[in-house]
Design a protein around this ligand. Structure first.
Ligand code: MRU
Length: 346
């Protein structure tokens, strides 16, 4: 399956509209920053690494028509764009990483003419795309070593092609293991409330020829009790210096269940998801989303009565002691995490 979640095409950011999957593979061509902001907010493009790339292209899109003639004026425009993009979703570290990386290119080249800085920013966004493709494949290579023939893997949300450029983190590990000839069975948690597991993960695993079975989130414990799960692999939105990990709501449940049932629990993520200035998960900002996502969005009619109070955090924090290892593009990080994260990521 040769698809790209995000790329630059026809002077616009071309993305797959993930809210239309699996019924329709629709592409959107985004030509202005406000449309990109909304697309990110509404999860038309989503998943931490894809958000890093979207943010990078967003920075370019936002400044490419800047009228600034000198760096002082250009940097004001850049700052405005960066702040606006950063206000979109709070949890995925990659979004901020993408913005920061673009801004640092501008600052490092501030003595150059504005026209050249714009070209360098275009190149940097392209580089981020290319790097993500390599990074995902490196995660896949490291992670596949942990997978046995006939393994059964449980995953949550979507940490695959659709969450990156074209391969995936948690699902990248599964793709690489399959490429190595290992026979696998995958269980995908539906991932309430927006059903990224049901809509996106089953779609791409099936297209890749992987044996996938969909379960409701509440079924994971039963599968583990029945001995049907060999390991859990999930992605990450932000990882603190001590390895506490923010990922899609429900990930923590799986970590607790894995611990109880003595099943290895792995996180797969690129170096750009780590936020070493944040010491523990307590300081990771958690996005709270609209209550309507819980009370009805993907259903033909509302599933609750009117004015029902809802709590809708999009992510949870898995404490580091529940994580067996973190599969990164630089190697597999095992406890003691505080020491080994610094050692491996350098
Ligand atoms: O709200 P989403 O769909 O952006 O949440 C995405 C996740 O939680 C993914 O697991 C995470 O970003 C890792 S993607 C490689």
């Amino acid at each position: 399956m040769d698809i790209r979640t995000i790329e630059w095409k026809n002077k616009s950011i071309k993305i797959i509209n993930q809210t239309k999957l699996p019924l329709k593979l629709e592409y959107l061509y985004i030509k202005d920053l406000k449309t990109l902001w909304r697309a990110i907010k509404e999860l038309k493009v989503r998943g931490a690494p894809a958000l890093g790339a979207a943010a990078a292209w967003g920075v370019y899109l936002g400044i490419k028509d800047s009228k600034a003639k000198n760096f002082a004026d250009f940097s004001k425009d850049l700052e405005k764009v960066a702040k606006y993009l950063a206000s979109c979703r709070p949890t995925a570290r990659n979004l901020f990483w993408g913005i920061e990386r673009m801004c640092s290119i501008a600052v490092r080249n501030q003595q150059e003419p504005v026209s050249l800085i714009k070209k360098l920013l275009f190149k940097e966004a392209q580089k981020i795309i290319e790097e993500d493709r390599q990074t995902s494949r490196r995660i896949g290579r490291y992670g596949a070593k942990l997978i046995k023939d006939k393994d059964t893997i449980l995953t949550i949300c979507n940490a695959g092609i659709l969450a990156t450029i074209d391969y995936g983190t948690a699902l990248g590990v599964i793709y690489k293991a399959k490429e190595e000839g290992k026979r696998l069975k995958v269980y995908a948690c539906e991932t309430r409330p927006l059903l990224q597991g049901a809509r996106l993960t089953t779609w791409e695993l099936k297209k890749k020829g992987i044996d996938v079975t969909l379960i409701c989130d509440s079924m994971a414990a039963t599968l583990m009790q029945q001995g049907k799960i060999g390991k859990v692999i999930a992605g990450a939105d932000r990882i603190a210096a001590n390895a506490d990990t923010a990922n899609k709501i429900g990930t923590y449940n799986l970590a607790v269940l894995s611990h109880y049932h003595k099943i290895p629990f792995y996180i797969a993520a690129p170096h750009s998801t780590f936020n070493l200035r944040i010491k523990t998960g307590k300081d990771i900002p958690i996005e709270e989303r609209n209550s309507k996502e819980v009370t009805g969005l993907f259903f033909k009619r509302p599933i609750t009565g009117r004015n029902i109070k809802v709590f809708n955090p999009a992510f949870d924090i898995t404490p580091q002691h529940l994580i067996t290892a973190i599969i990164t593009d630089k190697g597999i990080i095992r406890p003691p995490f505080i020491k080994n994260i610094v050692k491996i990521l350098k």
